[in-house]
Ligand binder design. Structure first.
Ligand SMILES: CC(C)(COP(=O)(O)OP(=O)(O)OC[C@H]1O[C@@H](n2cnc3c(N)ncnc32)[C@H](O)[C@@H]1OP(=O)(O)O)[C@@H](O)C(=O)NCCC(=O)NCCS
Length: 154
């Protein structure tokens, strides 16, 4: 039997553990879609100064050790874009995968969204990223009909 996984809001003292876990998710295993997001987020969000945990950001811990994280942002309203929680980064310790830790983090976000009446959850996934696609689909996300992403090569 596996040890209990506890999911809770990100706190300022988690920053180093999250940064270190993010640093261990490297190479082909690293979601290219988040790139340097985690480190930038932790630097820009002065967790010490916040009166409470940032919205929609969680860690998963086992026996007090951080083994996963999920960082999301509440967006919407701009140019009429639908209101929703955007999963910006989610990662689980490579040694502790396929045990439901990632799913538990997304479930926590979903529950917070329901409480706050945030209607949708979004995740931007690179085409061909089968791992991320398999994961978000298993969490119940489908290709969006509400947001179209446009791009141009510079
Ligand atoms: C994606 C990631 C967060 C999943 O974490 P996890 O704790 O292993 O996920 P879970 O155990 O909760 O998996 C839930 C379901 O997602 C799907 N899934 C998970 N990993 C998968 C993979 N590598 N390939 C295909 N489907 C996968 C499965 O349906 C799985 O259920 P199952 O194990 O019963 O088959 C983790 O693999 C990771 O950190 N990857 C590197 C970072 C990354 O790509 N992040 C972007 C994700 S949007």
């Amino acid at each position: 039997m596996y040890d209990e996984v506890i999911v809770r809001p990100l706190r300022h003292e988690d920053a180093d553990a999250v940064r270190s876990l993010d640093g261990r998710i490297v190479g082909p295993d690293r979601s290219k879609s988040w790139d340097r997001y985690v480190d930038r987020f932790l630097r820009l969000t002065d967790l010490d100064a916040l009166p409470e945990s940032p919205w929609g950001c969680y860690v998963a811990e086992i026996r007090g050790r951080v083994v996963g994280f999920l960082l999301s942002e509440l967006r919407g309203g701009e140019y009429g874009l639908p209101r929703g929680a955007w999963i910006m980064a989610v990662g689980v310790d490579p040694k502790l995968r396929r045990r439901g830790v990632g799913r538990k983090l997304v479930d926590e976000l979903m529950s917070q969204c329901r409480q706050r009446r945030v209607p949708d959850i979004y995740a931007a996934i690179l085409p061909g990223d089968n791992e991320a696609t398999g994961f978000v689909k298993s969490c119940g996300l489908d290709p969006s009909r509400g947001v179209a992403i446009y791009s141009k090569t510079t």
